[in-house]
Ligand binder design. Structure first.
Ligand code: GLC
Length: 538
């Protein structure tokens, strides 16, 4: 079989037809309902204890930290109350050895230390004042709550949440492995280390990145309804949506506000259809799953998200190179190579290393429309040490990478489509946009990812051309910072046992006092050193 014919046969195996999309949407909806009824299901449907989405009028200065994968980010967020915000943030890489530390304490002590450094650098005045107060105030804690930064903790791993700032780690994903932390309350672990450093910070809210995205998108683009879904398509993939409390059949242990009748649910859709009722399963999907530390789990994520697509492509390419009937990256002599050379792959090439290919190469492949694919060929040379790849090689590589990316986007449409259908908004009698906030490297960087999602949304029964037009997918960058700050605000109102308006009133007064400087558009990084945290000082 020629390389072209073999490539076509592989591409076919990654096809995910309109019929497959529709079957999967039905199954997704079924598994969503199952997850609302009981624990231990494929879709965990975790209640977040967040009972509403913001309106865009919220105000105040809050802190947020984000542990989601390779980096730890610390920020302070000033919500301006007019759908804009200002954010100051610092990011550090999490040392590899801490991702697999013996004791949870080692990782969390590192996180607390970064918070201390951030406060010293960006909120020095406030920090100094706090230290002075600690020495003079005679309350048992040494400080008054009013002077404390309320912080949202974005922790993007599966957590069994039992309250707005309480939740036990179910399992690690994305390369972390600290068994000591499993079953422990991650907020308490962080608070303990913060207290050891005597920082004026209270871990007020525990936030999944998808919940943060949902909140941030609702804050910055408020419609009459708020966003229906916050989703991440990055290293991992997941979504959070607003569910009617009456549909939530499994018992809730913690306290929450029932007045909205709603609850934000963290779907943990990375584990959609672990049982493979509808998910596609090529030999390469199987091989990849076996290589992971959690075989049989996160089966949807392994077909959709950035951590896995590069490896999936690598496994297919290696197989194709081994096929004696085709020549991929192999020339008989220089006359069969349009660069008049012979292709050579360095022995140390990342192509030969498990997990050696970064998913960004799929983006390069999809984005190269040059007549002889010269951009992709240069990338293969630079990133994978493949010298003089021929045009035919690059064509095969592009076709296979494209098939993997396209299947991922169509699978992404399954989750988005199911949640939109579940929201009931398509039959609300209006023509209003239905907002979906997304974030993550795939949606941001993979060319046409969003277009391919829309193409699949249009064929879903119950959505169709007209419905797809109403679905407005928008990027919600900084969801982890702004969203976490917003949830810290919600938590603060719950804790004070005061009606939201009263606390917001205090915040407004404080924001007024802080003046109207720095009201630049959202995502502008500025320092807000003169502002006081969270609520007014008594
Ligand atoms: C993984 C985590 C999930 C997170 C997602 C995106 O799927 O389990 O909690 O939301 O990655 O970061």
């Amino acid at each position: 079989m020629s390389l072209l014919a073999e490539t076509e046969s592989i591409v076919k195996q990654f096809e995910f037809t309109d019929n497959d999309v529709n079957k999967s949407v039905k199954e997704f909806l079924r598994q969503m309902d199952e997850g609302l009824e009981k624990d231990g299901t494929s879709l965990s449907q975790i209640p977040t204890y967040v009972t509403g989405v913001p309106k865009g009028t919220e105000k105040g200065l809050y802190m947020a930290v984000d542990l989601g994968g390779t980096n730890f980010r610390v920020c302070s967020v000033k919500l301006n109350g007019d759908t804009t915000f200002n954010i100051t943030s610092d990011k550090v890489a999490v040392p590899k050895e801490l991702m697999r530390a013996k004791k949870a304490e080692e990782l969390f002590a590192f996180l607390a230390l970064q918070i201390k450094k951030f406060l010293e650098k960006h909120h020095g005045d406030h920090f100094e004042a706090h230290i002075r107060r600690r020495m003079t105030v005679s309350s048992p804690d040494g400080y008054r709550d009013e002077h404390v930064f309320h912080m949202g903790f974005t922790f993007s791993f599966p957590v069994q949440q039992v309250g707005i700032n309480k939740g036990t780690l179910i399992r690690w994903t994305k390369g972390f492995d600290i068994p000591d932390a499993i079953g422990k309350d991650v907020c308490a672990l962080l608070q303990t280390e913060i207290d050891k450093l005597h920082l004026p910070v209270k871990v007020a809210a525990l936030v999944n990145d998808t919940v943060g995205t949902l909140m941030a998108y609702s804050y910055t683009s408020p419609g009459s309804h708020g966003a229906v879904l916050g989703a991440i398509f990055g290293t991992g993939t997941n979504g959070a949506y607003v569910e009617k409390l009456s549909n939530l059949k499994k018992p809730l242990v913690g306290e929450y506000d029932t007045s909205t009748g709603d609850m934000v649910i963290n779907i943990e859709w990375g584990s959609f259809d672990n049982q493979l009722n509808v998910l596609p399963n090529t030999p390469w999907d199987e091989a990849l799953d076996k290589e992971t530390p959690n075989p049989g789990i996160q089966m949807y994520e392994k077909r959709v998200s950035g951590m896995f697509l590069g490896e999936l492509l690598r496994l297919v390419i290696i197989d194709l190179m081994k096929n004696p009937n085709v020549s991929l990256f192999r020339d008989e002599n220089s006359s069969t190579n349009d660069r008049r050379s012979t292709t050579d792959i360095a022995e140390t090439s990342d192509l030969y290393k498990p997990w050696g290919i970064d998913t960004s190469i799929l983006s390069h492949a999809a984005g190269d429309h040059t007549p002889k694919l010269s951009v992709l060929r240069d990338t293969l040379q630079e990133n994978l040490q493949i010298s003089a790849p021929a045009y035919e090689d690059a064509q095969a590589f592009k076709a296979i990478a494209g098939a993997i990316g396209r299947r991922a986007a169509r699978l992404a449409a399954v989750a988005i489509g199911a949640v939109v259908l579940k929201s009931g908004r398509l039959s609300d009698g209006t023509n209003d946009p239905i907002d979906v906030g997304v974030d993550g490297s795939l949606v941001e960087n993979y060319p046409y990812f969003e277009d391919m999602i829309y193409e699949a949304l249009r064929v879903i029964d119950g959505i169709g051309e007209e419905g797809a037009k109403r679905i407005r997918i928008g990027l919600a960058q900084d969801g982890s910072g702004v969203g976490a700050a917003l949830i810290a605000l919600v938590a603060r109102t719950m804790e004070k046992n005061a009606p939201t308006d009263e606390v917001l009133g205090e915040l407004r007064t404080e924001a007024k006092a802080a003046g109207s400087k720095d009201t630049a558009a959202a995502t502008t990084a500025v320092s807000d050193e003169s502002d006081k945290p969270g609520v007014t000082s008594a």
